[in-house]
Structures are given as C-alpha cells and as structure tokens.
Design a protein around this ligand. Structure first.
Ligand code: NAD
Length: 434
C-alpha cells in the first residue's frame, strides 16, 4: 500500500485508482441515503465536518535542531453531544483521513447510542523516529495548539494508531496546567492512576470479541470451531485475538506492518503477546513457533478462515484483493478497512461484513464510561465496566442485525442508516441556528 501524504489517498494498486478516505466515507453515507428519508438540507449538513483545525507543531529535537510537524483536529458533529475520537500518530495522516475518521466516529457513537458527536485528530509523524522526550514535546505542543477546541464538554480525544495511555497522560497534564484546573475528563484512555477506566485498554478488542461471538451465534457457528485471522497486532488486534482464543477460537493467522504468520493448528496468543512486549518496535518480526510459516499481509487476508479481523489501517480490502478473501465473516476492528468497491465484491460472494462503526465501538463505549466516572469523581470496578460494555455491544448488534434483515440491506448499510438517522434527528430537534 502506498500512502500519498499530500493528497490523502491510498493507492488501489491493480486499478491505478486511489482511495481518499473522506471520499470513501461520503460514498458510504450516500449509499445509505436511499434507505432514509432525511431531507436534502440536513443531508448537506451530514456530508461535511462542523470544524477542521490544522496546527503547526514546532519541537526541539534532542540534537537541538527545530523540526516543525503538522497536526489536525476535526470536529465532525456535535449534534448528539461533545465530539469524541482518538488521536493518530502516523506518517500517512492527512486532513482528509482525519475528516473521514471523525465522521465514522459520529455515526459510531450514534449506532451504540452514547451521548457523543464525532471527532478525530492526528499528527503527520513517524513516532518510531522520535525519542520518548521528543514524543512528549510533540504531544504537549499539539495539545496546547488544539486546546481551544478540547475539553470534557467540547471534544474528548483518546488513543488511536501509535498513541497510548502515556500520550493521553501528557495531554491531560498539559491541558490541566494551561487551564489552571484539573480536567481529567479532557481525554480518555489515560492511566488508571490519573482517572483512566479499568478495562479501557482492552475495550475495543473486547467489543470485537463480543460482536464476533454474537455474529457466529446468529450464523450457527460454534466459536470453538472457528478459525480466525487477524491483520494488525496492536491494541485492537492483539486483544481481540487474545479474547477470542480464550473463548476457544483458533487464531491461525496474525500480521503487522513487519509481515505475517500462518499456523494451521492455531497460535499460542499469550506467547505472541509476550514476544511483542519486548521485541523491537513491539513487532511480530522474528517470532517463531512450531508449525508456523511466514506469509505476506496479502496472503493473510486471503487465508481460508471463518473470521477475518482487519485491525490495522484503512483501505486494506480493496477491489484488488476482495475476490481472494475466503473468510465467511469479516469483523472490522480497524476503521475503514474495506473500500465500497470491495464491499460490492464481498456482497456478491456472500461474505458477511460486520462494519467498523459497530464492530470496533467497544473503545468509545468504554471511553464514555471513563468520562462519566471522571465527571462523577467515582471509579467503577472492571467487572461492571465489562458487563455494561457487553450489554451495549449486544444491543447495538441486535438493532443493526434486525434492521439489516427487515430492510434486506447489508450490515454496513443498516449501521449507517441507524447512526445517520439518529444524528439527523438530533439536528432536526435542535433546529438551525439563525
Ligand atoms: P496500534 O498502533 O496499536 O496497532 C496498529 C497495528 O497495525 C500494528 O500492529 C501495526 O504494525 C499494524 N499495521 C500498520 N500498518 C499495517 C499494514 N500495512 N499491514 C498490516 N499491519 C499493519 O493501533 P490500534 O489502536 O490497534 O488501531 C488499529 C485500528 O483500529 C485503526 O484503524 C484504529 O483507527 C482502529 N480503532 C482503534 C481503537 C482503539 O481504541 N485503539 C478504537 C476503534 C478503532
């Protein structure tokens, strides 16, 4: 996959066409339109973000040189509540990618029916080239630059690709110092000691696990008979693999940016996790176990499995490789891993795609719990968090599944219709300002 920084596009290699994540999100939205009766004016509001901020972030590198980075924060919709969405550190970040991710957050929060709008942020950087101290300076300066937009009642960031609890801790510290008051509810995904929620780190993967099991049950597939492949072995992918393995599923394929592995008899996921804890860059490269072979990321997506979980980046399953997918079910751990063209090919093949805005909503649901606890200055036990998460994910899956069967539309269209109609209803109820 080639990422073009200036245009915000991802190359679909075989056809020479490029996927712009924002165009992709808007196309998904437009496909949902014919299944709703949302008026034209409201539709125009839904097709674009409320606010996009671009910031320049100068930092002093450890060698004394100044380097200037670019960052973004996009608030897609605040109709249903404060904006909510993660922050991504990646060389391929573009404004259009952040706008797409912010839009998906708005529909996702509405699908699981939590009182948030959608937002997202990102910095164009390669965090593997930055020292810990440089990463801290970058994070603090970015926070200062987006501070007018963020806060517990305005817009609440969280972790995304290449960001974690340490980065959230620096954000909350910078925001609290600059505002002159404790504002733990400014970000979620913090360390527990700073007001983080027990279970938040695992919540997205746990939600993927709940959704996968719910779908397998509906298809009459016993989870202990299910063979699963996971693309991306970071926060979402590794936890989803671990929790599904604990339910008896066989994890037969894993990959990350360094490459992939196939083990027909099933990996020992705890062993994989121990390996990446200390491996260079926390990557799978160099892992070995009996009965496994090295494969490419493309081969991983084409493995003969029951469930494929893309949990890396956007536009991984495209018109180029969708026909090769053998999985019966795709559960989208990542945001936007399947292009609309690939969706068509998969639909014709009968592959069931469980869309991102449902499948990976566990993270934002648990972020909501963290924010509620911060506002109440009260901490829940992890068991309570996980039980509540399970209830919300199961309710959302039932609503999307039933709508899909009622209207004879795909799960993605059903999730979009449900989410977008809820946001449209909030806009109508609030009315148009002036
Ligand atoms: P992460 O940085 O922890 O992990 C990303 C993983 O993807 C890494 O293992 C990386 O090596 C791998 N990867 C990157 N490029 C790849 C490629 N081209 N091929 C194969 N693997 C590749 O990030 P994460 O937090 O796990 O996020 C993964 C996806 O899930 C993203 O799309 C993110 O937006 C989405 N998501 C994350 C959360 C969350 O709570 N972290 C919530 C909802 C959705």
């Amino acid at each position: 996959m080639a990422v073009h920084e200036t245009t915000g596009t991802v190359q679909e290699q075989s056809r020479g066409t490029r996927v712009n994540p924002f165009d992709m999100m808007q196309r998904q939205l437009d496909l949902a339109r014919e299944h709703t009766d949302i008026p034209d004016g409201i539709w125009e509001i839904l097709r674009r973000p409320e606010r996009s901020l671009e910031v320049s972030i100068p930092i002093t590198r450890d060698d004394g040189e100044i380097e200037v980075f670019t960052g973004y924060r996009v608030q897609y919709s605040s109709a249903r509540g404060p904006c909510k969405g993660g922050i991504r550190y990646h060389p391929g970040v573009t404004l259009d990618e952040v706008k797409a991710l912010a839009g998906w957050m708005a529909w996702k929060c509405a699908v699981v029916n939590i009182p948030y709008g959608g937002g997202k942020g990102g910095i164009v950087c390669d965090p593997t080239r930055l020292s810990e101290r440089e990463l801290e300076r970058l994070t603090r300066c970015y926070t200062a630059r987006i501070l007018p937009l963020i806060g517990p009642k305005q817009d609440i960031p969280a972790p995304d690709v290449n960001t974690n609890a340490s980065i959230m801790n620096w954000i909350v510290d910078t925001a609290s110092l600059l505002k002159g008051e404790a504002v733990p509810g400014t970000v979620t995904g913090k360390s527990i000691e700073l007001g983080g929620a027990l279970g938040r780190r695992e919540a997205t993967g746990r939600g993927v696990m709940f959704t996968t099991i719910g779908v397998l049950q509906r298809l009459g597939i016993d989870v202990t008979q299910a063979r699963v492949a996971v693309q991306g072995f970071g926060n979402v992918g590794s936890v989803a693999a671990q929790l599904l393995a604990a339910q008896g599923a066989k994890i037969v394929g894993v990959s990350d940016v360094s490459g992939g592995y196939h083990c027909p008899t099933g990996f020992d996921v705890d062993d994989l996790l121990r390996y990446v804890e200390t491996s260079p860059g926390h990557l799978l490269a160099g892992y070995s176990a009996t009965g496994m072979e090295e494969i490419t990321n493309d081969e991983l997506l084409a493995l003969d499995v029951d469930v494929l979980i893309p949990a890396a980046l956007e536009a991984q399953i495209t018109s180029r490789n969708a026909a090769n997918v053998q999985a019966r079910v795709i559960v989208e751990g990542a945001n936007g891993p399947t292009t609309p063209e690939a969706d068509l090919i998969l639909g014709e093949k009968g592959t069931l795609v469980v869309p991102d805005i449902l499948a990976n909503a566990g993270g934002v649901v648990c972020s909501y719990f963290e924010w509620v606890q911060n506002i109440q200055c009260f901490a829940w036990e992890e068991k309570e968090t996980n039980q509540r998460l399970g209830r919300i994910m199961q309710r959302a899956l039932t609503e999307v599944w039933d709508l899909s069967h009622e209207r004879q539309i795909s799960l993605r269209l059903a999730a979009f219709v449900l989410g977008v109609e809820r946001v449209a209803q909030a806009i109508k109820l609030r009315g148009i300002f002036l």
